[in-house]
Design a protein around this ligand. Structure first.
Ligand code: SF4
Ligand code: SF4
Length: 61
């Protein structure tokens, strides 16, 4: 899933613009990701100038 570090985000909007599936939204100054739309492509993670986004892997034990 896409991890969002709200405290780092400066609300530049770049990730929202580049996301191919429009999975990202700014709601009341909080960036949200619709996990059903997100392809985990990583484009937003690479773009973000303040490293507020990260792709987290989940492993089942
Ligand atoms: S990982 Fe890709 S699909 Fe998911 S929110 Fe970021 S740019 Fe959009
Ligand atoms: S690119 Fe980074 S700083 Fe800009 S809105 Fe997205 S998460 Fe926030």
């Amino acid at each position: 899933m896409l991890e969002i570090y709200q405290e780092k985000c400066i609300h530049c909007g770049g990730c929202i613009t580049l996301c191919p599936t429009e999975a990202l939204l700014l709601l009341e100054d909080k960036l949200t990701c619709d996990e059903e739309l997100c392809l985990l492509c990583g484009d937003c993670v690479i773009f973000c100038p303040v490293e507020a986004l990260e792709l987290a892997c989940e492993y089942q034990v």
